[in-house]
Design a protein around this ligand. Structure first.
Ligand SMILES: [Zn+2]
Ligand SMILES: [Zn+2]
Ligand SMILES: [Zn+2]
Length: 458
């Protein structure tokens, strides 16, 4: 069995099939998923767009059958979930003629090997309803063009697709598509993973976050959820989406959860954390042991908590409505010194407000403000995420970029280098993101050198 070292690639894989996220229509190629200014439409359906003839040719075996289906409902466009199902059905029919496995032997798998969780899906009202709607739309799409298998078989396909598909992300962790990767669907979940998935276009890569002596599909774990969340929320998400409960060490140990629900201890000389439980009960301070809180402190905690919950909900609504000024003013309200003085810095509500604040300040080009939010986030991210995680790497990249722009060159260099050492592990030296980072580092080094030469006494 092969062994891998931290930062090495375990395997890479092309999708069994994939679709471009509808939000990326007109921006990226439907096949390679890369951004392009010169996309060419498929003249028959007028919907799929490709960056090159090569991409169009590569997609043709599947699109040849998909095209007339899309054409007959045009100008309507079916939902992404329906398009993915359609492509899977076409792909499995093609497979009967050609075998098309590209991964290493140990990761080789066929579509029919995937678990369908059909019993759980039948008992899940939300998923069952989604299935009924998809089948209804598929029938309209495929009428006279493509034979659909019987409903039982369709449900198995639906189960395999919903449970096993991956959201394909770009370097900034923004979703650009959905794909089914047969080898990678072997990978189980842990909230403390030993491997991480990244994408370059449609290609999926799995890299080791630590040394792994004997690599086998049963001892490689990736995280299906965002680690910046409470255990109960991760557990719920895993149960609802993948029908299992996680038994990892982080799920067994509640110390991080407590910290993420904490307020600052009212004892003036103490900076310890007072955890507020789900039911609003205040636990003894983790540091000084204080456990009799007066009424005014209790009231302040409750008020702060409920205001933050409300404001964060409004931030999400304002984000959806693309009202950036409103998002910013709500973030500023959440991060007002009066509020922050009550919150423990690891409190998830605080982290979320900073997180939204950083993004919106960058969008509004308020560089100083963005940098201040980014700098505050670094220690919090490092606490919550595993040492080498794409989220921490990307945050360091963002902060370094801001500092470079604002000419804080020494700090910029330090953060960019820290980011580089993480992205080298999570994405590898050949990833676009790593190249971007290396360029920023050499730009920063050059500017520092020029700066020092100019400041030399003559
Ligand atoms: Zn392309
Ligand atoms: Zn077409
Ligand atoms: Zn877990």
């Amino acid at each position: 069995m092969k062994s891998v070292l931290k930062g090495e690639q375990i395997f890479e894989e092309r999708p069994f099939t994939h679709i471009l996220d509808h939000s990326q229509q007109g921006r990226r190629c439907h096949y390679c998923l890369e951004r392009s200014e010169h996309l060419k439409k498929c003249t028959a359906c007028g919907f799929l767009r490709y960056c090159s003839l090569t991409c169009q040719r590569c997609d043709w075996p599947v699109h040849r059958k998909e095209c007339p289906c899309l054409k007959q409902v045009s100008p309507n466009v079916p939902l992404d979930s329906v398009r993915l199902m359609l492509r899977i059905l076409i792909r499995t029919q093609l497979l009967e003629k050609e075998d098309h496995s590209t991964t290493e032997t140990v990761w080789r798998r066929s579509f029919n090997d995937l678990m369908s969780h059909i019993d759980e899906i039948q008992e899940d009202p939300g998923r069952s309803q989604q299935f009924v709607q998809i089948v209804y739309t598929l029938r309209g799409l495929c009428q006279g063009q493509l034979d659909l298998p019987p409903v039982k078989q369709l449900m198995e396909v639906f189960g395999r697709v919903t449970i096993n598909s991956f959201t394909i992300c770009d370097g900034d962790l923004q979703s650009v598509g959905v794909g089914l990767y047969l080898g990678a669907s072997y990978l189980d979940h842990s909230c403390q993973p030993n491997a991480v998935v990244s994408f370059q276009g449609q290609k999926l890569m799995v890299r080791a976050l630590m040394d792994i002596p004997e690599v086998s599909p049963s001892n490689i774990f990736i995280s299906y959820t965002d680690q910046l969340s409470f255990t109960e929320d991760r557990q719920r998400q895993l149960k609802e989406q993948y029908y299992f409960s996680c038994q990892c060490t982080r799920c067994q140990d509640n110390s991080l959860d407590r910290l993420m629900k904490s307020f600052v201890c009212p004892v003036p000389t103490c900076t310890g954390a007072v955890c507020r439980t789900e039911v609003g009960e205040l636990l003894p301070c983790g540091s000084c042991g204080m456990n009799s809180y007066d009424e005014s402190y209790r009231r302040k905690v409750e008020e702060t908590f409920h205001h933050l919950i409300q404001d964060l909900q409004q931030i999400e609504q304002a984000k959806k409505a693309k009202d950036l000024d409103k998002v910013l003013s709500l973030c500023q309200k959440c991060l007002h010194p009066d509020t922050v003085s009550v919150l423990h810095s690891y409190n998830l509500l605080h982290v979320q407000a900073l997180d939204r604040g950083l993004d919106v300040a960058i969008d509004l080009e308020l560089w100083e403000q963005a940098l201040s939010y980014g700098l505050q986030l670094i220690p919090l991210y490092i606490k919550v995420y595993p040492a080498a995680s794409p989220q921490v790497g990307l945050l360091l990249l963002k902060v370094g970029k801001l500092e470079l722009y604002l000419q804080r060159l020494e700090h910029a260099l330090q953060h960019l280098q820290q980011g580089e050492s993480i992205i080298r592990i999570t994405h590898g030296r050949f990833h676009e993101l790593y190249r971007q980072l290396s360029e920023l580092i050499s730009q920063c080094t050059d500017e520092l050198r020029t700066h020092m030469e100019h400041s030399k006494p003559s």
